[in-house]
Every structure is written in C-alpha cells, then in structure tokens.
Design a protein around this ligand. Sequence first.
Ligand code: GDP
Ligand code: IMO
Ligand code: MG
Length: 420
Amino acid sequence: MVDVILGLQWGDEGKGKIVDYFAPNYDIIARFQGGPNAGHTLYVDGKKTVLHQIPSGIFHQNTMNLIGNGVVLDPVTLKRECDIVESFGIDVKKNLFISQRTNIILPTHRALDKASELAKGESKIGSTLKGIGPAYMDKTGRNAIRVGDLLDKSFTTNYIKLRLKHQKLLDNFHFIEDISAWEEEFFEAIEFLRTLKIVNGEYFINDHISKGKKVLAEGAQGSMLDIDFGTFPFVTSSNTISAGVCTGLGVAPQQIKDVLGVTKAYCTRVGGGPFPTELDDATGEELRKVGNEFGATTGRPRRCGWIDLVALKYACMINGVTQVVMTKADVLDKFEDLKVCTSYTVNGKETAEVPFQMSRVKVDPIYKDFKGWNQDTSSVRDAASLPSDMTSYIKFINEYIGAPTRYVSNGPGREQIVKL
Ligand code: GDP
Ligand code: IMO
Ligand code: MG
C-alpha cells in the first residue's frame, strides 16, 4: 500500500513538515521525482534543517528512505546533506537506499542550466540552477548516467563522453566559466555514493509492499510546476503529480491509496511565470514577512498572494486528492480581511478552468471576500478550539474543490498541527 503526500500549488507548501509528521506511520518514505531543486524544511529537536535530496523520513530511526528512479541525484548535494543528517546523530547509511535507475546530475548539467537561463534573458524560467532541466533532458534523450552505472567499469569512459557532448553545447552558449572545482567535488562525492545502499528500487519497494509494509511517497515541487499540467514553460522538468509515483518508483496504480494534497492557506510562487492571485502591494509584502516566505533552496523572496481555488481544484482533479492538509493557517491570524479566488477573467471572459497557456493570456482573478479570524491560533491543538471564521474559510474551500481538509498546520513545529 502506498500513500502520497504532494504539493497542490507552486511548491513550498510545507510538504517536508507534513511528511516528517506522518513518517512514524510508514515503513518507507520514498522520493519519486525532482532533485536538489527541492528544499523541504523540518524542525528536529527544535533545530531547523532543510532537505534537498534525502526523503523527509530520515530523522525517524525505524523508517527506511528510498531515493527512487524518478529522481535526479546530485552526489555533491547528497554528500553534504548526509553530513548534516549525521550531525543529528542519525546513521544515514542504515536507512537510506538509492535506486540503481536514479539519474545522476553532472557538474556540466548545472553549467548548462546556468547557460540556458542566461541565454533566455528576460524570459528565463527562474530555475534553481541545480541542473534539473538538463539532467532530465539527458534522461529522455537516452544519454544519462545512472547510479547503477557507478558499479560498472565503463563509468569513467561514459562520463567523459557525456561531458564532451555537454562541452559542445556549452561552447554554443559561449559559456566560459571554469567548473574544474565542481568536478573535483563531484568525483569525491561519487566515491561516497558508492558506499551507500544502491538497490534495485522497483523490487525493493514491491517486495516490501507485498510483505504488507506501508510506503509514503513524498512529492517535490508542486502540481502547478508539473511538466505536463503546470504553467508551462514556467515549470520544472518532472511529473510532480500522483501519476509520477508509478513511474518514479515502479509501483502499479492499484497500490496507491490516499493522496494527501498540501496547500498553504494562501499562495506563493518562486521564480518566473504566471501567478494570477499575486499581490504586488503591502498585503503581499505582509504575507512574505509574516510567512517568512524566502526560498529554502535559493533564498529568493517568494511571490505571495491569495489562495487560488481555480488552480487548487484543478490540482485536486489531476492528482485524485483524497485529503487536504492546509499549512501556514497561522500566517493569516492577523489579517482583517481575506480573499479567495473563485474564477478568472481570461481575455475578458469569465472561467473557472485553468487556461492552456496561462503565460500567453491575460488572467484576472475574481475573488470572494472572507472575514479574518484575528486571533493567535499557533498554540491550538484541537479542532474545537479553532476560530469559527477559520472553519468557515476552510468549509468554503472544501466545498469548492470537492475534497476535505483533514489537517490544519498552524506553525513550523512538529507538534503544530490540528486534526479536523
Ligand atoms: P516544502 O518545500 O513544501 O517542504 O516547503 P518549504 O520547506 O520550502 O517551505 C515551507 C516553510 O514554511 C518552511 O519554512 C516551514 O518551516 C514553514 N512551515 C511549514 N508549515 C508551517 C505552518 O503551518 N506555519 C508556519 N508559520 N510555517 C510553516
Ligand atoms: P519544493 O520541493 C518552489 C521552481 C523554480 C523555477 C521552476 C523551475 O521545495 O517545493 P528548476 O530548478 O526545477 O529548473 O526550476 O520551478 N521550483 C520550485 N519552486 N519549490 C520547489 O521545490 C521548487 N523546485 C523548483 O523556482 O521557477
Ligand atoms: Mg521548498
């Protein structure tokens, strides 16, 4: 049996905290897509830590953590992260497993990401520059080097071949930065990677499932950044939605039970691209300040706005969301008035559907107003103590999107969560 936790917006919904919260109920936590573009924040013993490559179950001693075949893996980031996790007294090597089929991010993928973004100029995606797009291009282009290849003696030859190919592309971009230091740390990290548990991911996971073990698939990015269904081309390069679990881990669709979708009580986006409910005013600034909305991977200020129910309902539809987790509800505590977007005007015509090419049309949000609850909710632990204005806000959202909110997160801490 596999449950899924994934983001319903443009990423940073608080997936890391929620996965960490549910992890004790599962035997395996598995990442199925994305790479070090992800930044999942957890508080362990009150200390903040951000995970980019390792699944968010790593701090639980009895939970196995799998980096699945759908992930793109940067060995350098992984090594650095393993050191951080070990500093918490965790034996990373015991509970971390990596699929042989996981694709490796090379230093030249990072260089290509940078060169490609520079060449795009004004229309750049706002990539995290972690090499994600170029690494997935090599996967679908059938050139990639995979973790299992490390165990083969042709690894170095294949690396050199691919590097030469990348160099030609970099020359075309007139990219002249010296990346020899990146290569040095890459080869050190490759040696470290060889010492980890490299497994046949699809057998690993299916064998455990057939023995009755419970798997939690951890999404990265968000549904609106999905390569097919997101705000293309301002998206990431993988399928972030629940369908990605099957291809990213090698599990059959019948194995998937609950799909927990995580949404903020408002909305944020980092990087370029359309964001209909973005607030370019003092309210947006206030959301960023109170919500501490700065990227966990790049430190960039996140764009902030009201919750967008058109996009949220769309995300619930394509994911088959069975339960919603609303995070950062506490951030709205001091807002007198709230708004939720219930439809768009697209080129002058009202619609409740996400348009094909959001970046090419003019999208104006239409809002419904709500009264804020104006009280500190961060220490509430039971549903009955939540303010009625908050429960009305949530009830309206549930009815609109057709899925029930079952948990409200009201602070970054592990214990700050209310079951409805
Ligand atoms: P992820 O990428 O989806 O895991 O989310 P990030 O870690 O990038 O961003 C979420 C941020 O919000 C982190 O700084 C979390 O510590 C914080 N956070 C998560 N849940 C809550 C919450 O309910 N309230 C508040 N105030 N902060 C939260
Ligand atoms: P988590 O897992 C928010 C955004 C980037 C950029 C676009 C493409 O922490 O929610 P990429 O590096 O993938 O080529 O960037 O996607 N992006 C994210 N935004 N949270 C993330 O991950 C993101 N990962 C990528 O800002 O706009
Ligand atoms: Mg994040």
